[in-house]
Design a protein around this ligand. Sequence first.
Ligand SMILES: C[S@@+](CC[C@H](N)C(=O)[O-])C[C@H]1O[C@@H](n2cnc3c(N)ncnc32)[C@H](O)[C@@H]1O
Length: 245
Amino acid sequence: MFGEAWDDMSSEYDGSVENNPDHVISNFIEQEIQITSEICKKIIGPEKKFTIIDLGSGTGRVLFALQKILGDSVSYCGLDASKPMVELSNMKKSQLDLDSISFFHYDVTNPKIDELFDDSIKIVMCMYNTIGVIPAEKRKQFFENIMNLAGKDGLGLISAFNGNDFSFVAPKIYHPMKKMVKRIDDDSFDEKKVAFRNSLGYYSQWFTKSQINEFLGSTVEPIPITVDVDGNSKTMGHVFTNRQP
Ligand SMILES: C[S@@+](CC[C@H](N)C(=O)[O-])C[C@H]1O[C@@H](n2cnc3c(N)ncnc32)[C@H](O)[C@@H]1O
C-alpha cells in the first residue's frame, strides 16, 4: 500500500489547513490560491481545452477553490496516494454537484502518469509543500512527471514553504497544525536538515528557492507568499513556475 501515512491525518486536514482560524495559515492559503489563480488566468485561453492537475491533492481544497474562480470551462483532476483523502474529496464533490472536477487514488511518482490524461493543455501543480513529503529517491521522477505533463504549452507550478527562513517560518506553520501532525517533539524542527519531523513518522522536507528552481529547471523568480507577523511582513512561502506564464 502507498499513502498510508496520510490516511490518519485526513480527518484533521481541513480543520488544520482550509478552516484553520490561525491567521498565518489562513493568510497563507488565501494568498497561495490568489497567486495561483492569477497565473492560471494568464495561461488559460478560450481556444483550447485546459486541465488543471493537482498532484497530492489532499481533500481537494485547491481544486475546489480554483473552480470557484476559474469556472467550469476548465477540467480539474486531483491525484492522491491516500484513499481516505480521495474519499473525502469525492464526498465534497458530490455535495457541490460539480462535473468538472475528478479525484483519483494514484501515486504521482508513477512514470506512467501521462496515460491518465487526454491531449488538453495542462497546468500541473503541487501545493502547500507537498513536494516535501515526496520521498527523496522519487523526486527526480516526480519532477519529470510535472515537466512531461506540462509540455511546452502547459505549466508546472509549485507552492512551497520558505526553506530560506526555516527556523522562523516552520514553528509558525506547524504549531497551528498540531491537531493534524499530532505531535511536535523537542527535536521536530531540524534546522540542519531543513525539515520538520516527529516521532510518529511524519517528515516534511523544506527547500530553498534555488533548490526548487533547480528541480523545475526554471530561472523565474518565485512569487512570495507574505503574511503579517507581529507587525512585520514575512515571506512564509513562494509560488514557483517552470516558465514565465
Ligand atoms: C501536505 S498534504 C497537501 C494536500 C494539498 N496539496 C493541499 O495543498 O491542501 C500532502 C498530500 O500529498 C499526498 N501524497 C504524498 N505522497 C504522494 C504520492 N506519492 N502520490 C500522491 N499523493 C501523495 C498525501 O496523501 C497528502 O494528501
